[in-house]
Ligand binder design. Structure first.
Ligand SMILES: Cc1ncc(COP(=O)(O)O)c(C=O)c1O
Length: 395
């Protein structure tokens, strides 16, 4: 290359780098804003000062005619599965506050943890990249050999975001196994690169992430939730959604009853965790009095699906066009249906709002394929059409 060409190419590269940084800064500036808590939440302690806009808010609420709802109840759905595409579901609501803190602390790395197919970890990977940070994911699994990890479901997106993935034993409790590893990793990164790390606990459920669903409650109020509904039901996995909604409902006069269907752990665990969050933000209430955790619908365990659960997911998608995921929303809606029939008095009224918390990529992990391909079943609706004059029949 001639000398003048070399100089021109260097200038161009410098310009490109500068342009890239400028655009990223502009995007960041547009996404960030001061967070003003609603009047009813002003008494809370540790209100975050900033929020970064990651979610498409005002997600729709509509009637949901799923088969088998008892006559006295009406069921509606709030579509928080529509907060975005790759960045979607309830996690994004929490990450609006958590990632704002990460950016304002000038962190270059984000470390978090979850199951191998964690929706939370995928959402962290996507938004970390969008905000110019390196994601590090500690994923719980029985897999020992990295060659067996694969690229399905959420993992595909984790990998597309070039997240650094660390496999940890499947039964690693957060406090005794994952948190110490996250601390060690953060310390190592800081020592070797001088760059700061931001740590997000499992599910993003701490007193910062809690503001995600406190802020969603403001949206729900503007959508007339107090006038039109009696009960809100959703999947409870790490407790942040439950904590935020329960606190907000309490602060606004407890007009609704808030029910989390436990898909991992149990009511004792969630009340304990929610009480910690409630205490951290200075609310004078006890989780047991403001939140109903519904046990008994975990099935065979967190993340494990029974055939009945998979069939239920197919029944709902094939009749209503709404996708439930195998780990959270599938179990929660199945549990809700069970309770509507067997325990109707647990609900405050008959107008039920199910909060869909997302998780669609969990459907792409391969486990539901066999259910769809059962030959002769109602879902086996594939045929070959070779002769254009003859119309094949499908059930
Ligand atoms: C799709 C989906 N629904 C529900 C939950 C549970 O929410 P939370 O962790 O706030 O209890 C999670 C994550 O844990 C999730 O990914």
């Amino acid at each position: 290359m001639s000398k003048s060409k070399l100089i021109r190419s260097r200038i161009f590269c410098r310009f490109q780098r500068h342009f890239h940084q400028e655009t990223r800064q502009n995007i960041l500036n547009k996404m960030f804003f001061k967070y003003h808590a609603p009047g009813w939440a002003k008494s809370l302690k540790h209100i975050p000062e900033e929020k970064v806009q990651l979610a498409n808010g005002n997600t729709p609420i509509h009637k949901w005619d799923i088969p088998g709802v008892p006559k006295q109840f009406t069921l509606s759905i709030k579509r928080d599965d529509m907060t975005g595409s790759t960045l979607s579901g309830n996690k994004v609501r929490k990450l609006e506050f958590l990632m704002a803190e990460a950016v304002s602390r000038k962190c270059k790395h984000v470390i978090t943890c979850g199951g191998l197919q964690s929706n939370h970890c995928r959402a962290v990977a996507v938004c970390a990249r969008q905000l110019g940070m390196q994601p590090h994911l500690l994923l719980r699994t029985d897999i020992q050999d990295v060659k067996d990890v694969g690229c399905q479901g959420n993992l595909l997106l984790d990998r597309l975001c070039a997240a650094k993935i660390y496999l940890t034993p499947r039964k690693s409790p957060y406090l005794t196994q994952l948190k110490p590893r996250m601390d060690k990793l953060a310390e190592h990164i800081q020592k070797t690169s001088g760059e700061l790390c931001y740590q997000i606990p499992v599910g993003g459920s701490n007193s910062v992430g809690l503001f995600g669903y406190i802020s969603v409650f403001e949206e729900l109020l503007s959508q007339g939730v107090q006038e039109n509904f009696d009960d809100i039901v959703f999947a409870c996995g790490s407790g942040g959604t439950a904590g935020g909604l329960a606190i907000a409902n309490f602060l606004t006069g407890s007009k609704l009853r808030i029910h989390g269907v436990a898909v991992s752990d149990d009511a004792t665990y969630f009340h304990h965790h929610c009480n910690e969050m409630i205490e951290a933000v200075g609310v004078s209430a006890r989780s047991e009095d403001i939140l109903d955790i519904i046990d008994g619908h975990k099935g065979e365990g967190y993340g494990i699906s029974t055939q009945e659960e998979l069939d239920f997911i197919v029944k709902i998608s094939s009749t209503t066009g709404i996708m439930l995921d195998p780990v959270y929303t599938g179990k929660a809606v199945k549990g809700l249906m069970h309770e509507l029939h067997s325990n109707p008095d647990m609900f405050k009224g008959d107008r039920i709002l199910f909060l869909h918390t997302g998780g669609v990529y969990g459907l792409y992990d391969g486990r539901i394929e066999d259910t769809l391909k059962v030959a002769g079943s109602s879902t086996d609706r594939v045929t070959v059409w070779t002769n254009k004059d003859h119309v094949p029949t499908l059930s």
